[in-house]
Ligand binder design. Structure first.
Ligand code: HEM
Length: 280
């Protein structure tokens, strides 16, 4: 016990001398993190709006970290670690979806007090969100143009844009397991959004028809479904929360707003995994 260690009222011994030790706040860079909420309007509810976006971006950072590692595991034929990482991704996604409950406490009247201050800024420009879409295989190019003004970020996004997605890695795993996958798929231009292939569908059909023979690939398919399902849940809650707050106004990012968000709901990342459900 040093002279500066103190007893708490409950009798617990607490460390209080941090002259030569790192504190919790230093480790987590809390000074930086907690001074990054700059309200533009001074309106009480803008704090909620900023924090909910920042929390979501932090979760997205972890999702990217996990999905990138899951892709490299699958490509090395190490499926078990990938399952563990994808389970974590699903748990993070649940947190992100539940965050809409908090944002729903923002009423249209409150949002209108500061919406004008946002200018053209919109979640549409979230580069981490696009990175996640790229990792899952949805390669929309417009975000690359938006971030041309930042060479470092632009090059990071471009790399993700041209890299194989987690579904490309899964298709490679099917080929490795001996399924007759079209060879062109294994050397395709990864910057093009994958839309489906009969050889991949046939492989998944065989797996779902005999799950015990292909347990690992079956588990991979279901883990991918968990992630895609959760992306759709998040998209749906976003769309409905937006409708609740701004109705059918156009978005600050320049889109039609709710209608745009409804259209995005139709996109499928892993098309054959949905198709097999109809055909089994
Ligand atoms: C009052 C709250 C919110 C409103 C009114 C709102 C509105 C919108 C609208 C209208 C769009 C379509 C693009 C545009 O024209 O702007 C959009 C896109 C988007 N928003 Fe939000 N949003 C809100 C909160 C959030 C939050 C908390 C996040 C979390 C990060 C978020 C992330 C996104 C993303 C990633 C997109 C792009 C979706 C896509 O292209 O598929 N939004 N938002």
């Amino acid at each position: 016990m040093t002279a500066d260690d103190k007893k708490a009222p409950q009798g617990e011994l607490l460390h209080t001398d941090f002259t030569n030790n790192m504190t919790y706040g230093e480790y987590l860079a809390l000074d930086q993190l907690l001074s990054s909420q700059t309200l533009l309007s001074g309106h009480h509810d803008e704090m909620l709006f900023i924090v909910i976006h920042q929390v979501s971006e932090l979760w997205m950072k972890l999702i990217i970290h996990e999905v990138q590692a899951a892709i490299s595991s699958i490509r090395k034929a190490e499926l078990q670690p990938a399952f563990k990482m994808l389970a974590r991704v699903s748990a993070i996604q649940s947190q992100m979806t539940q965050a809409w409950d908090v944002l729903s406490t923002l009423t249209p009247a409150e949002y209108m007090e500061f919406r004008g201050k946002l200018g053209r800024a919109s979640g549409f420009q979230s580069y981490q969100y696009r990175q996640i879409e790229y990792l899952l295989g949805y390669k929309t190019p417009h975000i690359l143009t938006i971030y041309e003004k930042d060479p470092e970020l632009h090059s990071l996004l471009k790399t993700a844009y041209h890299a194989p997605s987690i579904y490309d890695a899964a298709i490679e795993a099917l080929a490795r397991a001996g399924f007759p996958i079209d060879r062109h798929l294994l050397k395709r231009d990864y910057s093009v959004t994958y839309t489906g292939d009969p050889t991949v569908k046939a492989a998944w059909m065989q797996i779902y028809n005999d799950v015990h023979a292909y347990w690992n690939l079956y588990q991979l398919a279901e883990k991918l479904m968990d992630v895609e399902d959760s992306v759709q849940q998040w998209r749906f809650r976003h769309m409905k929360t937006v409708e609740r707050i701004i109705g059918f106004k156009v978005g600050t990012g320049g889109s039609s707003g709710v209608q745009y968000l409804k259209n995005v709901l139709d996109h499928r990342f892993f098309p054959e995994l949905w198709d097999v459900r109809t055909e089994l």
